[in-house]
Design a protein around this ligand. Sequence first.
Ligand SMILES: NC(=O)c1ccc[n+]([C@@H]2O[C@H](COP(=O)([O-])OP(=O)(O)OC[C@H]3O[C@@H](n4cnc5c(N)ncnc54)[C@H](O)[C@@H]3O)[C@@H](O)[C@H]2O)c1
Length: 247
Amino acid sequence: MGLLNGRTAVITGGAQGLGYAVAEAFVREGANVVLGDLNAKGVVTAAENLGVGPRAYGLPCDVTKEDNVDELISAAKDRFGSVDVMVNNAGITRDATMRKMTSDEFDQVITVHLKGCWLGTRAASRVMREQDTGGSIINVSSISGKVGMIGQTNYSAAKAGIVGLTKAAAKEVGFARVRVNAIQPGLIRTPMTDGMREDVMAAKLAEVPMGRAGEPSEVASVVLFLASDMSSYVTGTVLEIAGGRHI
Ligand SMILES: NC(=O)c1ccc[n+]([C@@H]2O[C@H](COP(=O)([O-])OP(=O)(O)OC[C@H]3O[C@@H](n4cnc5c(N)ncnc54)[C@H](O)[C@@H]3O)[C@@H](O)[C@H]2O)c1
């Protein structure tokens, strides 16, 4: 018996990186998964690569677009009959110091992370609150939302905002057995961090008590915990997955 047997999970930004690793962990535990991603081709391939046939479905979705997010949730409900888990994971970076950052770069990052997360939380909780079994929403913040990072005034603001959103939403929907939690990954090896300059990576690693970067599967197992009944009395919390960085 898997931890998510028969449940349906929606994961944004599921075509690669952390979102894909979460999908792998979820299907292993018996879930049906619906992946949404801006990368239209990549998300279909990702769903196929999970190797569970019709239990995984990928469709194009831009989390900044209200109708796209609503359609993603509807697709999951229509196909599998429920939406039990929602992972708001899609993200981008547009790093630059304030001197160089354009207001467009600020807006893009706030919109994808903060508004995307709000749209996903709202759409998923709308379905979950009508289900007897409720549901679990996991929002992907970052350790950059706990401590400010140079070059990330946009990203740190968005990721800190996700914490406030998570706590407020948890209070609103707790009565309906809908739990809302956030995670704050530190330095994790994904395509997002692969392009990082070696000296920057070394400086960041020097701040990690565990002395290494994290693997996507180590984030996925914490998301699995929050998604499953193992965390049935946990809501409104923020779990750090950062090897002790910035404690
Ligand atoms: N990798 C890390 O070290 C790290 C650390 C902390 C937090 N995070 C967060 O984890 C999440 C996943 O990051 P990752 O490292 O896997 O990045 P990634 O770049 O590998 O994957 C992000 C995915 O999101 C998709 N995406 C981007 N904009 C989108 C949009 N508007 N609508 C739908 N999909 C969109 C991309 O196409 C991509 O598939 C992000 O929210 C990121 O901020 C990552």
